[in-house]
Design a protein around this ligand. Structure first.
Ligand SMILES: [Zn+2]
Length: 268
């Protein structure tokens, strides 16, 4: 065997051993078997940081699957405490967690699932004062919020800071997902120019099937991983709408609005 080849093999092996422990190799084996992931992709996941905005119905599957996949730093943001009416869909929280801060309950569950990752908790609601600073600490934001005010703040900060934002929303038997890459794709304000005024439809008033945030949150994680690894075709300029009553999954083409007050004029 040529000396150069032996040295190359030693380098590759050294790199793997240096970065991934035997436990990591075993824990993430099924990720690394995938085309487009491999050892390098797993390293990227371990080196990435993702903010999960909300530890409720959407945030639950999002936090579980990001943690299980080995996202190296996960931020959990939520200012609420666990209520009995949450447990129908917010599977991060169990009955003994009633009354506890959601971020504390959430951290316990995902750190038990994967002690290999760093978890930061932010036990407050996102508002005009804190949103830019919070988002600046992460590479990417996944939507687990339940209101348009928070989504518009996330959208604005992500466009300003050129960070990908995976949008998700649920209501009744349906949900939506879209991936926003500032400079490349339409943003939330290209679709909805303003925060809806008055009483917007909400799960509180109209209900939601618990499996819907499970479905939409899981799709959001798939999008986040694709964006981090730069693989596949993320939902850029496509709003995927899912309705489980009819089992219709329909991507709707969305264009950038050159006059958008948030992303108009923003280039790659
Ligand atoms: Zn826009």
């Amino acid at each position: 065997m040529p000396v150069q080849l032996i040295l190359l093999l030693i380098n590759i092996a050294g790199e793997v051993i240096k970065f991934l422990t035997a436990d990591q190799m075993e824990r993430y084996r099924r990720n690394m078997l995938l085309d487009g992931v491999g050892v390098d992709g797993q390293k990227k996941l371990l080196q990435s940081s993702v903010l999960v905005a909300g530890s409720g119905g959407l945030g639950s599957p999002v936090a579980y699957y990001l943690a299980a996949a080995g996202i190296g730093h996960i931020g959990l943001l939520d200012g609420d405490t666990v209520d009995l009416s949450n447990l129908q869909r917010q599977i991060l929280h169990f009955t003994p967690d009633l009354g506890r801060p959601k971020v504390v309950s959430a951290r316990e569950k995902i750190s038990a699932l994967n002690p290999d990752i760093k978890i930061s908790v932010i036990g407050q609601r996102m508002d005009e004062k804190n949103y830019k600073e919070i988002i600046s600490q992460f590479d990417l934001v996944v939507d687990g919020t339940d209101n348009f005010e928070a989504r518009f703040l996330i959208n604005r900060a992500c466009v300003e800071q050129r960070k990908p934002y995976i949008f998700g929303g649920v209501l009744g038997y349906s949900g939506q997902v879209m991936t926003i890459i500032p400079g490349q794709s339409p943003c939330l304000s290209c679709i909805f120019r303003h925060v809806p005024s008055g009483e917007a439809p909400s799960c509180d008033r109209e209900g939601v099937l618990g499996a819907i945030p499970g479905l939409i949150g899981t799709l959001e994680v798939a999008e986040a991983i694709k964006v981090i690894l730069n693989i596949g075709e993320p939902l850029i300029g496509r709003l995927l709408t899912c309705d489980v009553l009819t089992m219709q999954f329909m991507p709707v083409e969305i264009s950038r609005d050159p006059d958008c007050p948030v992303c108009g004029g923003v280039d790659v």
